[in-house]
Design a protein around this ligand. Sequence first.
Ligand code: GDP
Length: 527
Amino acid sequence: MSLKEEVQKRRTFAIISHPDAGKTTLTEKCLLFGGAIQTAGAVKSNKIKKGAASDFMEIERQRGISVATSVMSFDYNNCKVNLLDTPGHKDFAEDTYRTLTAVDSVILVIDCVKGVEEQTERLMEVCRMRDTPVIIFINKMDREGRPPFDLLDELEQKLHISTRPLAWPIGMGSDFQGVYNLYEKSLYLFSANKTKISDDIVAIQDLNDPELDKTVGERAANQLREDVELVEGVYEPFNLEMYQSGLLAPVFFGSALNNFGVKELLDAFTRIAPHPHDRESVNRVVAPEENKFSGFIFKIHANLDPRHRDRIAFLRVCSGKFERNKFFHHVRLDKNFRFSNPYAFLAQDKEVIEEAFPGDVIGLYDTGNFKIGDTLTEGEDLIFKGIPSFSPEIFREVINTDPMKTKQLEKGVQQLTDEGVAQLFIQQPGNRKIIGTVGELQFDVIQYRLENEYGASCRFIPMNVYKACWLTSENQEILDAFCRIKAKDIAFDKDNNRVYMAETEWQLNMTIRNNPEIQFHFISEFT
Ligand code: GDP
């Protein structure tokens, strides 16, 4: 198969949702329909239950699961589908944001009872930053949720995206019977089954077919005919280009738990979701069909065994062909590496692979050479764009509580922040280490892992910081002067960029107003 054909059959995506909307269930059903697993129940929820007596056991359990489910690949409709897992807990949102830099599209799951929730809006904002195409799956239609048209309105208003239903529910709650496929104008009715795909499918090609009345009942059949007429009257025909540009979200309804709507979703997904496309680097635009290999690291996983410091770095292939045992160029370190055991992932299993193509995600054993955002190439000094850090929300200073273990602490903090567990900022004088996170849970993780893996102990002092902003200015002198005057509020990020740490929202707004020649950024990458 040519490189172009390999590219065109790949669909690399993530399923995202507010916790509890049904991400894990839908993931599992995708694997079931994709033939990657035989019965449901194989995919463990990667949720962390905060407050449980065994928090740390929970964290370890979670880490085990998330290594196993980082990438799940399966074949469906002649496509090679790569499904990237994202953590469910909001404290790990940054992990999710980073994973979204490695996908070509997403499926966003909404609970039909709850509608758009807080985390849904934030995730959507991240998708919008990169114009990632979004398909929406409205789940739990077997519950008494909000009327479908109301849900569609809410999606448009709160998520600032046009919608177009491509499937329509037949009934809702206890009357929910399945979905009509507006895209293919066909109807498949399954009997509800929580663990297997049912065989007794009723296929109906024409809405006026009396078979429909017989199968779903006259009332439901008439309601469906009415709804479909309304949908076709109100909505423009589905526009593929608008979807692929991130401007229009096709909407599916269903119940992941009961297997309803999942086939319709996957069929449409493999048809319309984009294959890997051009990617911007700082240097130039890189096309997936280019012969030379390139890829970037978007996630790093520490080994679960504390005696082994090695880690797995996850690389997304962007162009050309990755090959086992071939030397590739690590741009940041200006060194060549080859990998004798690159892994691909297949549902729960991993296997050593000989080659990988654009859109694929592979796991590389790493002894500490990789940081998130690193690029590998065949020699060109490319640096891929779009792997930003987001301004954290909680800031604490790290205090060493065992002076004999200073080195271990330094190394541990460095490696954990390279892994992306949290962000590290250094403040002068005194080399103060400030850790910024999006959630409380990361501090528990850091403290626990520093002790267990590095033998270092520390405590955290809360800091009075509201936000950290990255700074740019056309006028370097003005920026330097600002940083001198505000020295006590300036720190350096992992790449030695200056950040301004504002104590309060009020102070931040004042500072922004008083310094019109300086731009304050809430993400670390600015174009
Ligand atoms: P996640 O947090 O988004 O991964 O959500 P889960 O997939 O773990 O689902 C959360 C809860 O909703 C679980 O108890 C599921 O069994 C349940 N659930 C998922 N899909 C459906 C559905 O279609 N109908 C109903 N009634 N419950 C569902």
